[in-house]
Design a protein. Structure first.
Length: 340
């Protein structure tokens, strides 16, 4: 059995002898990945590659809360109680006062978006295109605005997600399925492409029907088969990534924060090489960004809009229905907060 949930926060009940940074009663947020804080990778700000928790038998990086065997099968946070391995390092104590929502996204969404924007490295006065306006894309737009990126263009298929991004100052391009968003982005950028592009879509990309079929198959299969399928079908799920590559300008930067799982995913190497594209990617390293993010969360004006971000709040026992709603993007669902 797997217990899901990799974005937890809560109150400390009990601590082990090595966890000297927290005590019972503290309100803490846990980074989605589990890291030790003292290995070579942790010392290089790469907690997502922690050498103490790496899932070596799967050839993967640091273990994550609430995933299958591929990521260490550590019981996750969609539960009333959670055992926290490596607690001397992970938990981030948050101040008394503001509501939980102010800090909840510090576990994953905001540091991920922060890393995406940092890796995108948009030059002064430049344009950043963000593919995918789910939670990661939405916060990428917000963080980019906070960090002074002048022009942000958001791309998605879902009207309310486009609308939300517009409200925080992004220009938007709607991906309709018949049109080509790439052409619109070229038109918006003097035919040159965006200086930087973030792919915040990942393998859930809408594109060829084959992909959707395989996805349905994978989600219905027992977990062992699903794991194998996910590794194999990656090649069919790169439609957003390919569009992102085609709309980054020559000499620009591509920041891939959406997760890709294909073991042999073909990439347009000629285009990437000829356009001289820089690419950065990977799982987020939340702890590396906490000190930079925290002032925005404790600011009374809530500049990242954390408190109004959740579209739904449901008790734990209603989680199955909430998952379905989220997967089908029904009822304007963007972010669902589960309350045990
Ligand atoms: N690297 C990390 O550490 C990290 C952390 C968290 C999430 N992620 C990944 O980031 C990605 C986004 O996460 P999320 O929670 O925002 O997911 P999400 O599924 O809510 O958002 C993805 C969005 O992309 C849109 N989309 C689909 N195909 C598209 C296309 N071809 N062009 C433009 N938009 C398209 C969807 O409509 C959706 O709004 C996922 O792959 C997730 O696994 C990575
Ligand atoms: Zn480590």
């Amino acid at each position: 059995m797997d217990i899901l949930g990799h974005e937890p926060m809560g109150i400390v009940e009990e601590v082990g002898s090595e966890a000297k940074n927290i005590k019972a009663g503290d309100r803490v947020v846990l980074p989605s990945n589990i890291s030790c804080g003292h290995c070579f990778m942790c010392e290089h700000d790469l907690q997502s590659q922690c050498e103490t928790t790496q899932v070596r038998e799967q050839g993967k990086g640091a273990a994550l809360f609430g995933y299958t065997k591929l990521c260490g099968q550590v019981a996750g946070g969609q539960a009333e109680y959670l055992r926290v391995p490596q607690a001397q390092c992970g938990p981030i104590k948050v101040p008394e006062g503001p509501a939980d929502d102010r800090f909840l996204y510090l576990s994953d969404v905001i540091p991920t978006a922060w890393q995406a924007v940092k890796y995108a490295d948009t030059p002064k006065g430049g344009t950043l295109a963000v593919y995918g306006l789910g939670p990661i894309g939405q916060f990428s737009v917000r963080v980019a605005k906070q960090l002074g990126v002048e022009r942000v263009i958001g791309i998605d298929l879902v009207p309310e997600r486009l609308e939300l991004a517009r409200r925080i100052g992004a220009e938007t391009v709607e991906w309709t399925g018949d049109g080509d968003p790439a052409l619109e982005i070229m038109d918006l950028t003097d035919g040159r492409g965006a200086d930087s592009v973030i792919d915040a879509v990942g393998t859930e990309s809408h594109g060829a029907p084959v992909q959707q079929l395989m996805q349905t198959v994978a989600s219905r299969s027992p977990s062992a088969i699903a794991t194998k399928l996910i590794e194999k079908v990656g090649r069919d799920r790169t439609s957003a990534l390919h569009t992102a590559i085609s709309t980054v300008r020559r000499g620009g930067t591509l920041s891939i924060i959406g997760v890709y799982g294909g073991a042999a995913t073909p990439m347009p190497m000629m285009e990437l090489f000829d356009k001289q594209i820089q690419i950065r990617m990977g799982q987020a390293n939340p702890k590396s960004w906490v000190d930079e993010i925290m002032p925005l969360l404790t600011d009374d004006s809530d500049p990242l809009g954390t408190e109004s971000f959740a579209t739904h709040r449901v008790p734990l026992e209603d989680a199955p229905g909430a998952y379905e709603m989220f997967q089908k993007k029904q009822d304007g669902a963007i972010k669902v907060v589960l309350e045990p």
